[in-house]
Ligand binder design. Structure first.
Ligand SMILES: Cc1cc2nc3c(=O)[nH]c(=O)nc-3n(C[C@H](O)[C@H](O)[C@H](O)COP(=O)(O)OP(=O)(O)OC[C@H]3O[C@@H](n4cnc5c(N)ncnc54)[C@H](O)[C@@H]3O)c2cc1C
Length: 444
């Protein structure tokens, strides 16, 4: 999204732009898969904060309807019985309060350390592990706390011991959220209009000299005045994409300081059944993790029938469980794990799925993770520095855009969009000396 938006804005402003893409498709971590007979967004699917989001306006401009997903419609299932989550939260109020206090104390410690000029390394797990292990809490209390941690691990995109305590809160889960009916791909179709896109061109190396930028793929070398790099952060952290000369040390340190991949991933499993066996009017179907240690394995399901009309459930896996599924389990094993949870929720006589999709973003060589996360000991300055262009002798030659450059909403599609727009504007001003005219920007 960041790359397409940058390219489209500059193209429409008169620049000669080439999009160089490793895959055989555009969209990257936004992709609408139709193999289950209905559009399923296997990467980004929600428009978070849809009441104040440029993607909402873009959808409106191109005629895409939105499905607003209710936040309060969450039911927890066990053995075929449903209970409103809010009722269980009341029952587990003691444990949840203890957990909240532990988090607040840890944040206070982190802030005090920062005030003294130190870089604190306090994770969500540091704050909550003692609470999760507290035998004086009831089983329900501990399972409810584990469910809360699992939501943070999913929305923030990494296991609790990798998440910085100050950014632990999964705010996207709680705002106004909407899904584009028919899938995100419709926005990609709009974005690519008129662009010169070269697919199956994995960039291996970028050589930037005083004169030009060379972008080298196994097949060819592209030469340009400047390059905008929007690959997922993982490719820059692992050195899979090389630079000559190497990126400045401070910039590489900033890249290394931002969380991405490793054990950090959100996994999604889509199961298409012969018929719906879950209530038609519930959006979120939840289970409690059996224990804090066993959290992260498909205890959240979203009812996609309300959006696609097809009997499809989308399940989430997160934390270390998700990383293990992604790297080590077969598709059949992942599907069986999802089904096992659904049987505990709805009973053993649920039908077998007709088909399924499990997206492996961590093993995907062009993603290496799902989205950037707030790493323990990290700082927003890392993201600021990552977003800064690298200046060659003739001015800035390498620009960087993508979700991980955003200071507040990193890890989202609109962060990618925003960074693409900001980068295009920056380039336009640098090379043309005037602010960009308001051309193609249907999200405004
Ligand atoms: C499972 C999952 C669920 C998500 N859910 C949501 C959600 O509900 N809402 C939300 O807002 N966001 C969500 N996100 C995050 C969102 O999808 C991303 O933040 C956003 O799409 C990132 O866009 P980007 O342009 O920064 O990067 P990308 O989309 O990753 O684009 C980078 C591009 O670079 C290409 N590339 C990589 N390496 C090379 C190379 N060497 N040479 C050439 N090309 C290369 C890739 O193929 C890709 O096309 C989710 C992501 C995942 C994975």
């Amino acid at each position: 999204m960041a790359g397409l938006v940058t390219a489209r804005l500059l193209h429409d402003s008169g620049f000669q732009v080439t999009v160089i893409e490793a895959r055989d498709r555009v969209g990257g971590r936004v992709w609408t898969d139709e193999s289950l007979g209905a559009p399923c967004d296997i990467g980004g699917s929600w428009i978070h904060g849809a009441d104040h989001n440029p993607l909402t306006d873009w959808c409106k401009a191109v005629g895409i309807r939105l499905f607003y997903t209710p936040d309060d419609d969450r039911y927890i299932y066990e053995n075929g019985q449903a209970q409103e989550r809010s009722k269980l939260e009341q029952a587990a109020w003691h444990g949840l309060t203890v957990a909240q206090q532990a988090i607040e104390e840890a944040i206070a410690r982190a802030q005090a350390a920062k005030a003294e000029g130190q870089r604190p390394y306090i994770s969500l797990a540091d704050a909550l592990q003692p609470v999760l292990a507290d035998a004086s809490l009831s089983t329900l209390d501990r399972r409810m706390i584990a469910a809360m941690v699992a939501v943070a691990e999913g929305v923030q995109g990494a296991p609790a011991d990798l998440l910085d305590i100050e950014e632990w809160f999964p705010k996207e889960a709680h705002g106004v959220n909407a899904v584009p009916i028919g899938g995100y791909k419709q926005l990609l179709d709009d974005a690519v209009t008129g662009l010169d896109i070269r697919l199956r061109q994995p960039v291996q190396k970028i050589v930037y000299t005083q004169k030009e930028v060379q972008i080298i793929t196994p097949q060819t070398t592209f030469t340009a005045d400047l390059a905008v790099i929007t690959v997922p952060l993982g490719l820059l952290k692992t050195g899979q994409l090389q630079f000559e000369p190497p990126l400045p040390i401070a910039k590489q340190a900033a890249i290394d300081g931002i969380g991405f991949g490793g054990a950090g991933v959100l996994g999604k499993l889509f199961l298409r059944f012969p018929y719906r066996f879950w209530p038609a009017d519930h959006a979120w179907l939840l289970a409690l993790p059996p224990s804090p240690e066993e959290r992260g394995g498909f205890s959240s399901w979203f009812n996609l029938e309300t959006i696609t009309g097809a009997p499809i459930l989308m399940g989430f896996t997160n934390g270390y469980t998700a990383a293990n599924f992604d790297r080590h389990a077969t598709d059949a094993e992942v599907c069986a794990a999802g089904l096992q949870v659904l049987r505990q929720m709805f009973g053993n006589d649920i039908p077998a799925p007709e088909n399924f999709i499990f997206a492996r973003w961590l093993s995907d060589p062009w993603a290496l993770g799902s989205y950037s996360y707030p790493a323990v000991g990290g700082s927003l300055d890392d993201r600021r520095l990552y977003a800064e262009p690298v200046t060659g002798a003739h001015g800035a030659q390498l620009y960087f855009a993508g979700e991980a450059t955003d200071l507040t909403d990193y890890g989202t599609v609109h962060a990618a969009l925003r960074s693409g727009e900001a980068t295009a504007l920056r380039i336009y001003q640098t090379y043309c000396g005037t602010p960009r005219s308001q051309g193609y920007a249907p999200w405004r």
